[in-house]
Every structure is written in structure tokens, then in C-alpha cells.
Design a protein around this ligand. Structure first.
Ligand SMILES: [Zn+2]
Ligand SMILES: [Zn+2]
Length: 86
């Protein structure tokens, strides 16, 4: 309880786009929804239940966990980007 002295709440802001990073509970990993990138490498353990099923990009993970707000946000932003580039 209450000993957090960090300036920025984890997972902080994205080093690339400066946007707010989010935490995906089902994958136990931080991600940037704007860049659509995980901010933590998958661990090398092939048995790890978090990393084993983790798709390449957070937006692709939404189908696996439709209720996770961080993944939903990544998927929404990715859809917007692909519409614009067409
Ligand atoms: Zn970013
Ligand atoms: Zn893992």
C-alpha cells in the first residue's frame, strides 16, 4: 500500500509516439495502442500461458480477448489506420 514513488504510472508513455501505453491483463504485458506494438518481449518459455498465444500485434489479439480494453483500443486504431491508407 502506498509506497509508489514513480513519477509516471506504469506502463507510462510510449518512447516512439509519446502516447499513453496500456496494460493488457490477459497477456500480462504493456503495449502501445497507437503503434500497435507490444512493449515487452514475449518470454522464451514455450509453456508460458501468457506468451504462447500472443499474436504479433496487439490489434490481432483482440479476437482472443474481446473484452480487454487495451486490445480493443489497439484494434480500433489499427482499423482506422488501414482505412486511411487505402
Ligand atoms: Zn506508441
Ligand atoms: Zn511469458
Amino acid at each position: 500500500m502506498g509506497k509508489r514513488a514513480r513519477k509516471e504510472p506504469w506502463p507510462g508513455s510510449c518512447p516512439r509516439c509519446g502516447g499513453r501505453q496500456e496494460y493488457s491483463d490477459p497477456f500480462d504485458a504493456a503495449l502501445c495502442p497507437r503503434c500497435d506494438e507490444w512493449r515487452e518481449p514475449a518470454c522464451p518459455d514455450p509453456q508460458c500461458s501468457f506468451c504462447r498465444n500472443r499474436p504479433l500485434r496487439p490489434s490481432l489479439a483482440r479476437e482472443l480477448h474481446p473484452d480487454d480494453p487495451a486490445l480493443r483500443r489497439a484494434a480500433r486504431l489499427a482499423a482506422r489506420r488501414s482505412r486511411r491508407s487505402r
